[in-house]
Ligand binder design. Structure first.
Ligand code: ATP
Length: 231
C-alpha cells in the first residue's frame, strides 16, 4: 500500500538518501532503525513532501505521491508526527486536537473521543495551553492530533526520544493498541531493539542513506543487526 522505489533526496548539493526501497503493507507496524545521521528523518520528510524527491517513486494506494505537496499527502491519509514537539504552544489542547481534523482525509469532522480516550492525560488538560504541557505530554498531543485526522498510515519519528520513562511506556502502549486494531499502518523510527522486536511486523535498518538490512524480527540475524546499530 506504501511502496518506495529507489528514493533519492537530500539537502543542497548533497544526496542523503541513495536509492531507498521500502514497503508498508496494510495494518503493519514497520520499524526503521539506524545510527544517528544515516537518513531516517530525511526519509520521513521526503515521504511527507517536506523535502523534494530527487529520484525514485513513492506509491501510496496506487497513486504516485512524489510530486504532491505536503497538504495533499496529508489529505490522502498520511499522518506525520515529527521528531520533537511540534504542537502549537499558544493554543489549548482542545484547539490543537481540532487542528488535526483540518487535515483529515474526507468528511470526518466529528470530535475524536476515542483518540482522547487513548491519551487520558490529555483529557485532564483539555483547556490548558499546549505550551503548559510537559515534553512527554506535548508528544502525546502531537500523536493524538495526527490520529484525529484518521490517517491510513502514520509516520512516527522517534516518538519516545528524550521523554520520561512512564510516558515512553504510555506511547508504546498506544502503538500496540493501534497495531491490535489493524486499521492504521505505522512507519516508526525507533531506537529500542527490545520494543522493535516485540512490536514490528517488519524491520528496515538504514546505513549511509540506504537500506542495509531488512526482514521480520524472526528473520533478522542479531549479530548483523547489532553491527549496523552499534556506534
Ligand atoms: N537541514 C539540513 N541541512 C543539511 N543537512 C542536513 C539537514 N538535516 C539533516 N542533514 C544531514 O543529513 C544526514 C541525515 O540526517 P537525518 O536527520 O536524516 O538522520 P537520522 O538518521 O534521522 O539521524 P537522527 O537519529 O540523529 O535523527 C546527516 O548527515 C545530517 O547532518
Amino acid at each position: 500500500m506504501l511502496s518506495l522505489q529507489r528514493i533519492e533526496s537530500g539537502y543542497g548539493e548533497s544526496n542523503v538518501l541513495r536509492g531507498v526501497n521500502l514497503d508498508v503493507e496494510p495494518g503493519q507496524v514497520v520499524c526503521l532503525m539506524g545510527r544517528n545521521g544515516v537518513g531516517k528523518t530525511t526519509l520521513m520528510k521526503t515521504l511527507m513532501g517536506l523535502l523534494k524527491t530527487r529520484k525514485g517513486s513513492i506509491q501510496w494506494k496506487g497513486q504516485e505521491l512524489s510530486t504532491h505537496d505536503p497538504a495533499k499527502r496529508a489529505r490522502s491519509g498520511i499522518g506525520y508526527v515529527p521528531q520533537g514537539r511540534e504542537i502549537f504552544p499558544q493554543l489549548t489542547v482542545k484547539e490543537n486536537l481540532l487542528l488535526g481534523l483540518e487535515t483529515s482525509a474526507a468528511s470526518v469532522k466529528t470530535f475524536p473521543e476515542d483518540v482522547l480516550a487513548m491519551f487520558p492525560v490529555l483529557a485532564t488538560m483539555y483547556g490548558r495551553q499546549g505550551g503548559d504541557l510537559s515534553g512527554g505530554q506535548q508528544q502525546q498531543l502531537a500523536f493524538a492530533r495526527a490520529l484525529a485526522a484518521r490517517p491510513g498510515l502514520l509516520l512516527l519519528d522517534e516518538p519516545t526520544e528524550g521523554i520520561q520513562p512512564s510516558i515512553v511506556e504510555d506511547i508504546r502502549q498506544v502503538i500496540l493498541q493501534i497495531k491490535a486494531k489493524g486499521e492504521i499502518s505505522i512507519l516508526l523510527v525507533e531506537q529500542s531493539i527490545d520494543f522493535v522486536r516485540g512490536a514490528a511486523d517488519y524491520i528496515y535498518v538504514m546505513d549511509k542513506g540506504a537500506i542495509a538490512l531488512q526482514g521480520t524480527p524472526r528473520e533478522l540475524d542479531m549479530s548483523q543487526f547489532e553491527h549496523h546499530l552499534s556506534v
